[in-house]
Design a protein around this ligand. Structure first.
Ligand SMILES: C[S@@+](CC[C@H](N)C(=O)[O-])C[C@H]1O[C@@H](n2cnc3c(N)ncnc32)[C@H](O)[C@@H]1O
Length: 314
């Protein structure tokens, strides 16, 4: 019926930019493909290479652009247009909806509490939309207010994003190990939070990062250092370029040792393909999750957080 949302009984997966092929391989056969939006029947399945997942998509028929905007607004405030077919009309509907702040965000900040929906058009008079989406950002996309002078690389943005998504971050005096630290973007970000950072790499850090208070540097292959060589850490970070199984084995040693509490590691994919088996093994570690962050490239981020703000350490 016109103006009534009709549940689709499906899930829509919006591919991470450039990784449509990986997402297609994860989902197999799908019900429909609209640009980089894949619709598969049934409830949400685990898929890593997404920028956003539309969890409860519905279709709705409408007459005018104003009617479409009114229909969406009657459900919730925030909706991100996802222009595919009838792109201009999709944007026009977006322009009739309440504006939401999309300026670069200054780190740190809390995840927005208001839900962000997404919509597109299947034809001139049919919306495909979901109020419930996995990402709090419009189409999974956002940017930080960047520091263009302090950090020696832009890699700090994906660390910031991981910490925002985790809802937790190292505090003053906490000990962090940063493996694969050169030139020092992550170490710069961690030292900037007041943490004590042991940075490990085969190559030296940028001098400006090396000189930051709380930073010490170990020129070494991280994976030949045992947890007992490095001692207890509140946070273990790794951005080492390596085959995923090498990282998994090293992280396994840390988990077994109980010497680190919180983890943020990039799982870097080599060549054109991706290591699904090792990614699944990371994702199966209790309490952890694997995400493709907006600032990730051909890599995924594994996050295990045990210390939430206000939680008592056990
Ligand atoms: C992507 S870069 C890290 C960028 C860094 N996170 C930043 O913010 O500037 C990857 C680093 O891993 C280092 N690396 C590769 N294999 C390593 C290993 N086995 N042990 C320690 N570092 C390693 C490389 O030397 C390189 O500096």
């Amino acid at each position: 019926m016109k103006g009534e949302p009709v549940p689709l009984g499906a899930t829509c997966y919006h591919a991470a930019p450039g990784f449509m092929r990986h997402l297609q391989a994860e989902l197999g056969e799908v019900y429909r493909v609209d640009g980089e939006l894949l619709t598969a029947m049934g409830p949400e399945r685990r898929a890593f290479w997404t920028r956003n997942v539309w969890r409860k998509p519905f279709t709705a028929e409408f007459g005018s652009v104003g009617e479409a905007a009114a229909l969406l607004s009657s459900i919730q405030r925030n909706w991100a247009p996802c222009p595919v077919k009838f792109a201009r009309r999709t944007v026009l509907i977006g322009e009739r909806l309440p504006h939401f702040p999309d300026r670069p965000k200054a780190f740190p900040f809390a995840l927005p509490s208001a839900p962000m929906g997404a919509f597109t058009l299947l034809d001139e008079h049919t919306l495909l939309a979901s109020a419930d989406c996995s990402s709090p950002w419009p189409n999974g996309e956002f940017s930080f207010v960047e520091d263009r002078e302090g950090p020696p690389s832009r890699a700090y943005r994906k660390l910031w994003e991981a910490l925002v998504m985790a809802g937790s971050m190292p505090g003053p005096g906490q000990r962090c190990i940063d493996a694969g630290a050169c030139p020092g973007g992550w170490t710069w970000a961690l030292a900037g939070l007041g943490a004590e950072v042991t940075a490990i790499d085969r190559s030296p850090l940028d001098d400006s990062v090396m000189a930051m208070p709380g930073v010490s540097f170990l020129k070494h292959n991280a994976f030949t250092l045992k947890p007992s060589d490095l001692g207890p850490a509140d946070w273990l970070f790794s951005d080492v370029i390596c085959y995923p199984p090498a990282l998994f084995d090293w992280i396994g040693q840390w988990l077994e040792s109980g010497l680190a509490r919180n983890f943020v590691c990039t799982i870097k994919m080599q060549g054109e393909d991706w290591d699904r088996a090792t990614t699944e093994r990371f994702a199966a570690i209790p309490g952890s999750r694997v995400l493709h962050l907006w600032h990730n490239k051909h890599e995924l981020t594994w996050i295990l957080i045990r210390d939430k703000p206000g939680a008592t350490q056990g």
